[in-house]
Design a protein around this ligand. Structure first.
Ligand SMILES: NC(=O)c1ccc[n+]([C@@H]2O[C@H](COP(=O)([O-])OP(=O)(O)OC[C@H]3O[C@@H](n4cnc5c(N)ncnc54)[C@H](OP(=O)(O)O)[C@@H]3O)[C@@H](O)[C@H]2O)c1
Length: 263
């Protein structure tokens, strides 16, 4: 399978790195400043190319530029998309751009998989939500999932849910990092060395998330399991409730969602 990445920045680079874990993938890396693509190729393998070759020579063409750069990037390759004879799939990670908009910008009804990835893709623990256009065959979808399996967990969604899914999955790492920082601060305030406090907080979050995914337990049940009667955990829970911890997070998700709708 040949996968090309146009734009090897934070997200395109992380996805290319995940793709490099599958030995059956051959990678083509294109970036406005090619030295950035070369640095990535030195790390993960693959061949540096220009945008045109990325469009003409790959089975899956990943679009990894910022939304405001998309039009300029497509100017030189639109015709190559339109005239390609062999089968290919466009994989767009461009935030806020629908499948219909991507097809309109390319100027043809190419098969498009719209993905909503997040930064933990970089360590193979990403949450990758995706939507397929009508033109994407089962074989194309399966090929995509196999090629990108090293990126993390995949879930197919309806496009009408893309914006809110991208907030929970994509903005979430920022909220989670704030929670981790605050847990570590609390530990430091009570005498823990910073490094140790961060390690304990991070592993605690990783383990809790894994427990929830593997046991399918409701988070409320998981919370209750830690709160022994008259114990210390319930005092922390009481304090969080007093300071509107859950309401703050619900409001944060709604605020990010409303902003997403205004882009
Ligand atoms: N970061 C996230 O958490 C995240 C999550 C979900 C979706 N996304 C989406 O992923 C896309 C990339 O985001 P990012 O955070 O990776 O941004 P980024 O780090 O700025 O990467 C964008 C890359 O595109 C390259 N580029 C710009 N114009 C180009 C052109 N005409 N031809 C080839 N390459 C070009 C840039 O090259 P230069 O550096 O040389 O300018 C840069 O390496 C965006 O559409 C974003 O919405 C990001």
């Amino acid at each position: 399978m040949v996968l090309s990445f146009i734009g090897t920045g934070n997200m395109g680079g992380a996805l290319a790195r995940a793709a490099s874990l599958n030995r059956n993938n051959r990678l083509l890396l294109a970036n406005r400043h090619p030295d950035k693509a070369q640095q990535l190729a030195d790390l993960i393998g693959g061949t540096v190319c220009d945008n045109l070759q990325a469009v003409t020579d790959a089975d899956y063409v990943f679009l990894g530029v910022k939304p405001q750069m998309l039009e300029e990037m497509l100017q030189d390759v639109r015709e190559a998309f339109q005239t390609r004879k062999s089968s290919f799939t466009v994989v767009s990670m461009v935030a806020g751009r629908t499948i219909a908009q991507i097809q309109e910008k390319i100027g043809c009804n190419a098969p498009v998989i719209r993905i909503l990835p997040n930064t933990p893709v970089a360590v193979g623990e990403g949450m990758i939500l995706y939507v397929c256009s009508d033109e994407v065959t089962q074989e194309m979808e399966q090929g995509f999932l196999e090629a990108m399996a090293g990126a993390g967990r995949f879930s197919k969604i309806e496009e009408r849910l893309a914006d809110i899914c991208s907030v929970v999955g994509g903005c979430g790492p920022a909220y989670a990092a704030m929670f981790l920082e605050a847990m570590a601060d609390g530990g430091v305030a009570c005498g823990m060395p910073r490094i140790q406090a961060m390690e304990v907080a991070a592993q605690m979050m990783l383990g809790t998330a894994k427990l929830m995914l593997e046991s399918h337990a409701h988070p409320g049940v998981m919370k209750d399991a830690v709160c022994s009667p008259g114990g210390s955990t319930i005092q922390g829970v009481r304090t969080l409730e007093e300071r509107a911890f859950r309401a703050s997070i619900i409001d944060a998700v709604i605020a990010s969602y409303e902003k997403t709708l205004r882009f």
